[in-house]
Structures are given as C-alpha cells and as structure tokens.
Design a protein around this ligand. Structure first.
Ligand SMILES: NC(=O)c1ccc[n+]([C@@H]2O[C@H](COP(=O)([O-])OP(=O)(O)OC[C@H]3O[C@@H](n4cnc5c(N)ncnc54)[C@H](OP(=O)(O)O)[C@@H]3O)[C@@H](O)[C@H]2O)c1
Length: 272
C-alpha cells in the first residue's frame, strides 16, 4: 500500500502522521518527534490551540530530517478568525514553529459568521506560497457545502474525528467525492476501543494489536490517520499498519462498532 495520498494541490501527503495534542510536558514533543522521525514518520500535526508549536518547531529542527521531506500542519483557533487577525495569527504560528512555510493550514473549527472570511484570507496565504495547502477541520456537510459554494480554492483536507466508535460516513463520502482528503483525528478514540472483542479477535488473526487494526480500518476507508503517542513502543506499533489488509467481512464487523462516541469536545464558544 502506498504510504502517501495526493492532495488536490498535487502534493503528496503521508497517510500516517504524529498527533501532538497534549504534548505539553517539558521536552515531550521534541522527544516524540525525534523518535517518530527515526521510525519513518514525516507528518507532524500541531495547532495554535495545542500550545506546543514552539516545542514542535524545536522537534522538527532537531529531528535530522530535511525540512522538504517533512509535512507540517498547524491550525487557526476560533478567536483569531476575525478580519484583521487571521494573517497575524498565521505569522505567529510560523514564528513559533520557526518555519517559513507550512504544508497544511487548517481552520480548526467552523466559527459561524467567520469561516468564509477566514477562508478568503487562507486563499491569499495559499497564493503567497507560505502555505502549501489549505483545509478545514470539524466541518460537517452543511458547512463544507457552504464553503465550497463560496470558495475559489477547494479545501485539500477535512480533519475530523473518525474511528470505529465514531464513524460519520456522510461527511467522509462528501469529502471523498469532492477530492478532499479526510484525515482522521483521535483515530485511537484515545484508547477507548482497545478492549473490544471484535477488534481483539481480528488483531489475533493478524498478530497485531487492536490499535493497529483500528488504524488499518481507517486507512481502508480511504482516510489518513494522525495517532498521538509519547511512548516509543506505541509510536512504532502505530506506524506498522501498511503491511496487512483487512478482509471485507472484517471491515463490516468493525463498522458495527459505531456508537457515535465522540471523544473530542466541541469548544464552548461554538456550543449553542
Ligand atoms: N482538529 C481537531 O480539532 C483535533 C482535535 C483533537 C485532536 N487532533 C489531532 O489528532 C491527534 C490524535 O488525536 P488524539 O491525540 O486526540 O487521540 P488518539 O490519537 O486517538 O489517542 C491518543 C491516546 O492514545 C494513547 N495511545 C497511543 N497509541 C496507543 C496504542 N498503540 N495503544 C493504546 N493506547 C495508545 C496515547 O497515550 P500515550 O501518549 O501515553 O502513548 C494517548 O493517550 C492529536 O494529537 C491532534 O494532533 C485534532
């Protein structure tokens, strides 16, 4: 299986990346990025809201992989989605990361009344070359449709929560029909499906872990994954998902686990 997917910009994006949410302890992000880079990870996902862009930047700078071989994603937070603030929020992210461009810049949440204006500034950033691709996160069918109707540049990626316990196939299909790559966040459901019998039985058959089977199921849905771990043995485990294949019946059995269990909370300022 190819380990990259082509974005609508023509760029190749690794199907596997390292999530960095909650990597806030001293030296944690730097150590995880160093280990992950040695194991072959090339995509690192951060956000201004994670409060670890500086540490991520230090990790990137010291991991020994040339910048052009890495794929770095960051995101704009909700309160910066105001005309006059968007470009400066991007500049601050670049400064914190110590980079002169990012590979992917995402609107982390669709702030009502703001996301279209934010997108138009993102389009300018994309045209300037300091952002190689632009995308969204947590957009549902309605918001994505609205954006596409008003956009000059179609998002390259929609990063959404997606795992065996939370399978929103409506938005996944719309993205895929429109050439938008779905990147699954919380792909391990933060550990919530590790003990499920269906996954355990399949994992035993392939001599894999339940985490590997869950991540593989997501890949076979045509999505990219960004599992987070700060432990070397799990980083390695989570990366070994390209050399086995689930059968259609196994995919269907895992489909049945969906229980609309969302582990990421919706930010307070977006709750109505
Ligand atoms: N766009 C958004 O709004 C948004 C929201 C949330 C997250 N994200 C991104 O998506 C990334 C992944 O999501 P996430 O961090 O929320 O959740 P996740 O990747 O589903 O789960 C991470 C948790 O699972 C544990 N873990 C890692 N590998 C494991 C394994 N093989 N077996 C058992 N447990 C394992 C980790 O512990 P250890 O670290 O102790 O190993 C950590 O507690 C984030 O880091 C972030 O980059 C984006």
């Amino acid at each position: 299986m190819d380990k990259t997917i082509t974005l609508n910009t023509g760029a190749r994006m690794p199907l596997l990346g390292l999530g960095t949410f909650k990597m806030n302890a001293e030296g944690e992000a730097e150590a995880a990025i160093a280990s992950a880079a040695l194991m072959g990870y090339r995509l690192f996902d951060t956000a201004s809201s994670f409060r670890n862009e500086e540490a991520t930047g230090r990790g990137i700078a010291s991991c020994g992989v040339p910048r052009e071989e890495l794929f770095i994603t960051t995101k704009i937070w909700n309160n910066a989605q105001r005309i006059g603030n968007i470009e400066s929020a991007f500049e601050r992210s670049l400064d914190r990361l110590g980079l002169d461009y990012v590979d992917l810049y995402l609107i982390q949440w669709p702030v009502p009344g703001c996301y279209l204006d934010t997108w138009h500034v993102f389009e300018d950033l994309y045209r300037s070359g300091r952002v190689k691709a632009i995308g969204v996160s947590n957009f549902n069918e309605f918001e994505l449709d609205d954006l596409m109707m008003h956009a000059d540049v179609i998002p390259a990626v929609n990063q959404i929560e997606y795992h065996p316990l939370f399978r929103e196939d409506g938005i996944r299909r719309i993205c895929q029909q429109n050439g938008i790559v779905v990147q699954a966040y919380a792909p391990l459901a933060r550990g919530a499906y590790m003990g499920r019998d269906v996954l355990r039985v399949i994992a035993e058959k392939y001599h894999r872990s339940t985490a590997q089977v869950g991540l593989r199921w997501i890949l076979q849905k045509g999505c990219a994954v960004i599992p987070k771990s700060s432990h070397d043995e799990r980083l390695l485990e989570n990366s070994q998902i390209f050399d086995f294949e689930l059968e259609p019946m196994e995919m269907e059995a895992i489909d049945q686990l969906n229980e609309n269990y969302r582990c990421a909370s919706i930010p307070e300022d977006l709750q109505t």
